[in-house]
Design a protein around this ligand. Structure first.
Ligand SMILES: Nc1ncnc2c1ncn2[C@@H]1O[C@H](COP(=O)(O)OP(=O)(O)OP(=O)(O)O)[C@@H](O)[C@H]1O
Length: 581
């Protein structure tokens, strides 16, 4: 119930549109009921007049029938127009609203969601939200309001007629749909869950299709998906049976109401308390009133699925971001020295800290390499630096300002990071570069590409900077993709540049050229390298060695190489594994 109320609150900005749509739909439904009833009355009255050879003014009823017919058509057209407009507005804002909640959660608070799952929530689950409005709220309101009009009209003729039809409407409008919804509630919820699971799997499988083929797991995954589709069809069949039970119940209630009208009305006509045409009108009025209830059982059985989708959306919206910006962020500093004071980080649920007692000062313009074996804590350090996470203890300062007093955006504008698997968008090379600076000129793009040793490769392409990079950069080699990501970071012109294994996948010559270019073109800019490669480390001002989350050694390359310490142990190990000179 709480979920339903919360869902209805989402509709509040559209209360006007919803009221308009209900008004148009009500006009069309009443016109339809009126058309049936007036036509019945008219035909019976004409027939009776013919039997007794009496003159009959057919102009007025004919005009009323025409008016009802026009109102019905116009009302239906308006109803479709308004309800679609309201639905699209609702969908557009719901998706925007959900995305606005998602954005501050990335990356930390979303790390346990698969991208397919997020996609399923943003698409399928949001789509289902409209159903409450389109199939439940509006039809139920129209059915209830039109029933009141029908009951009041019948009550003017005879109270028993009104009571009989009212009772049947109550059964058709509430009791049967509730029974159908109760019978189908499990199937409705499971339909939403299985649909979301299938969407998630499809996105995952498509992402990893090449790997699935390589490992021969594609057939197994396909069969598993097929089985889930089988489950979905079975649940939908169950749901359809419940809906069908509800709908046939509504039709039966309508027929029973018409029968009851005749049962009560015929004696009234015989005793002269009711005219023949009025009885036809009352009978058709009762029958037509049930048409408004046709969609109600489906709306009720669909509610469980819609609420399951709403719960999946609320679960996302209710997540708290890992890092919250200060209410009043400080002005960004003018200098860019980095200072870590006794910084520690323990991931939730972890038995040991990923980082502990990190004391580190990187002056503006310094060139520093941070090295350590896999899992030592290098990426965690960078996450803290760009405020993707807060340290569990200690403090980080940028230009003297505690970074938790700065907005995340201000920090990230000043610290550009190129992670190991930097994402490239499915767009052209130029589009990917301009993500960092939309107003960058062509000359600036060329300069950034040259600084990342990528210009000659781009110029060799027939479409140059307008070459599409393929899905997530699939048309580029690993080394090219990495250099494109570096060029993008260089274009951002942030005073601090952090590169995670920038030369991975490059041959020795290109690697050398890349570091020559990076060092020559970024004088004055702080450069932090996370790397295992000697050619890069040798040229850095300082090397910081991390082991199990702690700084265990630091110094210049020649000092550390001579010392029999952690640095030598680390690189002896790498030499053994990759046979580095
Ligand atoms: N989101 C997370 N939740 C829990 N533990 C994490 C998380 N991210 C990293 N860790 C753990 O923290 C430790 C440091 O990981 P980190 O990714 O910082 O290492 P790294 O030095 O960057 O490794 P690599 O060179 O392989 O990228 C590891 O033990 C890792 O398992």
């Amino acid at each position: 119930m709480n979920d339903l109320i919360r869902l209805l609150r989402l509709y509040r900005p559209y209360a006007g549109w919803i009221a308009l749509s209900i008004a148009a739909s009500l006009a069309a439904t009443l016109a339809n009921i009126g058309l049936m009833a007036a036509s019945g009355w008219f035909i019976t009255a004409m027939a009776l007049a013919g039997v007794v050879a009496q003159s009959f003014n057919y102009f007025t009823p004919a005009a009323v029938i025409r008016a009802f017919a026009i109102l019905r058509t116009g009302g239906r057209y308006l109803d479709r127009l308004i309800s679609h407009e309201a639905t699209f507005r609702l969908l557009a804002t719901s998706r925007g609203w959900l995305f606005a909640h998602l954005e501050p959660l990335a990356p930390g608070a979303l790390s346990d969601f698969r991208s397919g799952d997020l996609m399923a929530r943003l698409k399928g689950d949001v789509d289902r939200l409209e159903l409450v409005f389109l199939r439940l709220l509006a039809p139920l309101a129209v059915a209830a309001l039109s029933s009141i009009v029908v009951i009041l009209t019948l009550a003017r003729h005879d109270g028993r007629l009104a009571a009989a039809v009212g009772a049947a409407l109550l059964v058709a409008g509430l009791i049967l749909p509730f029974a159908a919804a109760f019978a189908g509630r499990g199937a409705g919820r499971r339909t939403a869950e299985i649909s979301a699971e299938i969407r998630t799997s499809i996105v995952d499988d498509l992402d990893g299709l090449a790997l699935l083929q390589l490992t021969g797991a594609d057939r197994r995954r396909f069969d598993a998906l097929d089985r889930r589709y089988g489950d979905l069809i079975a649940e939908e069949a169950r749901l359809a049976r419940s809906t069908g039970f509800g709908q046939s119940g509504v039709a039966l209630a309508g027929d029973l109401a018409a029968g009851a009208t005749l049962l009560i009305g015929v004696p009234l006509v015989s005793s002269g308390r009711m005219s023949g045409p009025d009885l036809t009108m009352a009978t058709l009025l009762a029958l037509a009133a049930f048409e408004a209830f046709n969609g109600v059982p489906a709306a009720f059985t669909g509610l469980a699925g819609t609420l399951a989708s709403a719960r999946r959306i609320f679960a996302l919206v209710d997540r708290q971001p890992i890092v919250v910006d200060p209410a009043k962020p400080q002005n960004p500093p003018a200098r860019f020295d980095l200072e870590f004071t006794r910084v520690g980080l323990t991931y939730p649920g972890a038995s040991r800290p990923a980082l502990a007692d990190i004391d580190l000062c990187i002056p503006e313009g310094a060139r520093v390499a941070i090295v350590g074996s896999s899992g030592a804590g290098k990426s965690s350090l960078v996450d803290l630096l760009v405020r993707f996470r807060n340290p569990t203890s200690g403090q980080i300062r940028l230009g003297g300002a505690p970074i938790d007093q700065l907005s995340g955006e201000a920090v990230r504008e000043r610290i550009a990071v190129v992670p190991q698997n930097a994402h490239l968008f499915t767009a052209t090379i130029a589009d990917n570069l301009r993500l960092a600076r939309p107003d960058a000129s062509d000359a600036e793009l060329r300069e950034a590409a040259a600084a990342a040793c990528l210009l000659s490769s781009i110029e060799a392409l027939p479409q140059g900077f307008d070459t599409p990079v393929g899905i997530a950069g699939a048309r580029l080699s690993g080394g090219e993709a990495r250099r494109l990501a570096i060029a993008r970071a260089l274009l951002a012109a942030s005073p601090i540049l952090v590169l995670d294994e920038p030369s991975e996948g490059l041959d020795a010559e290109t690697e050398n050229d890349l570091f020559d270019a990076l060092l020559a073109r970024n004088v004055g800019r702080t450069l932090i390298l996370l790397t295992h490669r000697f050619s890069a480390i040798e040229r850095m001002d300082e090397i910081i060695v991390i082991e199990a989350g702690r700084i265990v050694e630091r110094g210049r390359f020649d000092e550390l190489s001579e010392r029999d310490g952690a640095f030598r142990r680390l690189f002896d190990r790498i030499d053994e594994t990759i046979g580095h000179p």
